[in-house]
Design a protein around this ligand. Sequence first.
Ligand SMILES: [Zn+2]
Length: 349
Amino acid sequence: MAFSDTCGNALAKNILRKGLQKGRIPNSLLFTGPEGVGKMETALVLAKALNCLKKSDDSCDECANCRAIDRGAFPDVLNLISEKEMAEKYPETFEGGKNGKKPKENISIDQLREMKQTAHLRPMLGRKRVFLIGQAEQIDLTSSNTLLKILEEPPLFTHIILLSDNPYSIVPTIRSRCQILSFSAISREDVEDQLKRNGCGEQKARLISILARGNLKQAFHMSGEDVPDERKLSWIFLLALLTGEGSGELLKDFTSSRKEFREELVRMLEIMLTFIRDVMLLQGGGESSRLLNPDYALLLSGLAGRMSRDRILEFIGSLERSLSAVRKKANLNCLVSELFAEWMEKSYA
Ligand SMILES: [Zn+2]
């Protein structure tokens, strides 16, 4: 993957390409931005471009260096990951598991000490040594002192790229030593486009691009799942809220303490919002080709004929409030019960 193959964040990529052309890539970098917007992918392209044998401001993905970096087998480019991440990726390598030990969640001080030593050695095969450190906010205060020593005086041939979804949790002295490059959410159109390019059908791609809210990683994850089934369930939930139909059983099913429940509820509320926006579109005389759920056109127009504009707006407000509460970690059982209680009192018929 080269800069030209990564999606969105044109500004960040331009800054990096210009820096590469001028030979002025900062030695200590911090990539910030929400999860799933391509920070790690871009950092890897930068590591390749700094060592590419054919191109100077991008990776060619063909030369021996680019290919070795892609395979994770280039000695001068190192992606530091925690014991936990390592154990998840390669369970057979985690010795402690046999003794019932839990892998450490953070990058250890020993890893950083080793990095400090290596950072001062000239690259073995490439032009530059590059260290990538994801979830930099998880580096604790003790370890950050070791990291700080490298960031203060990095050799010219060494680049350290920190990545974080939550840069304000990074120890401030670390943050202030780095040049910060901000990444933003990928536009809905770009997400839809990427999904279609990767074989996702038009309608599914459109729906997922709305649900993923700029998180490309999540969009790809969702494209492998059965979204139509989730829509069916969300439709039943929506009708139950509006008509009271089957609400007793649903309440029993959905008030649950399962761990994944919060995520499922967020998705259902988001899908319900796509349905209700479709209802609004039909009521306003919009073309059915613009529906987010065109296969529900008949059911949606039935609903559009029975709901007043005010009621629709009220319902959207209520769903959005619930969505925001779920994200803020509200008590889910109470929230679902309250949502039902609120809407069972009202009848759209
Ligand atoms: Zn190359």
